[in-house]
Design a protein around this ligand. Structure first.
Ligand code: SAM
Length: 289
């Protein structure tokens, strides 16, 4: 390992961003354990929670709180110690810090101060879920947590309705059913999806179904509304024929559909854009589903 835990008055220390398990403690890496044991200080989201993890691994490094409420204000305390040559590790309660977890402000402050920031990779629920989902994984977007209130949630989902990349969401167990139902309403019954629950834990479940069936499955079994979960939804695919229609023609069609009956809108759009009337009629039917 190329770092020294001993403070040096010559050069600043390093901030290590260390991933910890999301359930199964065996998922911690040998490198993570070494770094956590050798740094001077561990900045932790919840020191009591992390104290249990450190005790499990026999690590005695002191812990200091670094959570969303103190991260900005207290960041300078960690930066001062790093500047004094100490190495510091940043961890969150589970998984990779900064991924729907605190750490962003500390990492930014450290980088702005010219301090080396080194990731120590490991568990991350969204990546674990994606790796086993069987949905396209070459391009994806992570939407984090959706707004808790229905209006905001629907609006956010509407923004990504025609997103072609695989969509990944985090969700709390008490909202999983209402969120899935909103996804069904916005993305449609048939859109392929997967619920990844309790990853790496005893009751790990990965269930892939079209959204309509997934909602019914979760509604019928209250056990599926417990524990931690990630939802993946396949990206939008243009309905047959729609790919052949330019974005401009679709825009014209949508404008006309908002004002006119479907048949008339398709006919007028065909005249304006030069696209075949039958094709626009089919596309209009799909868009009004
Ligand atoms: N930093 C973490 C990561 O790297 O995945 C995420 C922390 S975020 C506060 C917690 C959310 O991550 C949970 O609500 C759930 O959506 C997801 N999550 C964390 N652990 C999980 C697990 N074992 N199985 C499924 N989802 C999990």
């Amino acid at each position: 390992m190329s770092f020294s835990a001993a403070p040096s008055s010559m050069s600043p220390g390093t901030l290590y961003v260390v991933a910890t398990p999301i359930g199964n403690l065996d998922d911690i890496s040998a490198r993570a354990l070494k770094v956590l044991a050798e740094v001077s200080l561990i900045a932790a989201e919840d020191t009591r929670h992390s104290a249990r993890l450190m005790q499990h691994f026999g690590i005695a490094t002191p812990l200091a709180a670094c959570h969303e409420h103190n991260e900005r204000a207290e960041g300078s305390r960690f930066i001062a110690r790093l500047q004094a040559g100490e190495n510091v590790a940043l961890i969150s309660d589970a998984g990779t810090p900064l991924i729907s977890d605190p750490g962003y402000h500390l990492v930014r402050q450290a980088r702005a101060a010219g301090i080396a920031v080194v990731p120590v990779p490991g568990a991350c629920a969204l990546i674990a879920a994606l790796s086993a989902a069987g949905l396209p994984s070459d391009r994806f977007i992570f939407e984090g947590f959706l707004p808790a209130k229905a209006v905001g949630r629907r609006a956010r989902l509407e923004q990504v309705r025609e997103e072609p990349r695989t969509l990944i969401f985090y969700e709390a167990p008490h909202r999983i059913l209402e969120s899935l139902e909103d996804m069904r309403a916005v993305f449609g019954e048939e859109r392929p999806a997967l619920l990844a629950r309790e990853l790496s834990k005893t009751f790990e479940t990965l269930k892939g179904l079209p959204l309509g069936e997934l909602c019914a499955w979760v509604a019928a079994d209250s056990n599926q509304q417990r524990g931690e979960c990630v939802v993946l939804v396949a990206g939008w695919q243009a309905p047959e024929g729609e790919e052949a229609v330019s974005a401009e023609a679709l825009r014209v069609l949508d404008l006309l559909l908002a004002e006119l009956p479907l048949k008339r809108a398709a006919a007028l759009a065909a005249e304006i854009t030069g696209v075949r009337k039958n094709l626009l009629y089919q596309v209009a039917l799909e868009r009004q589903k």
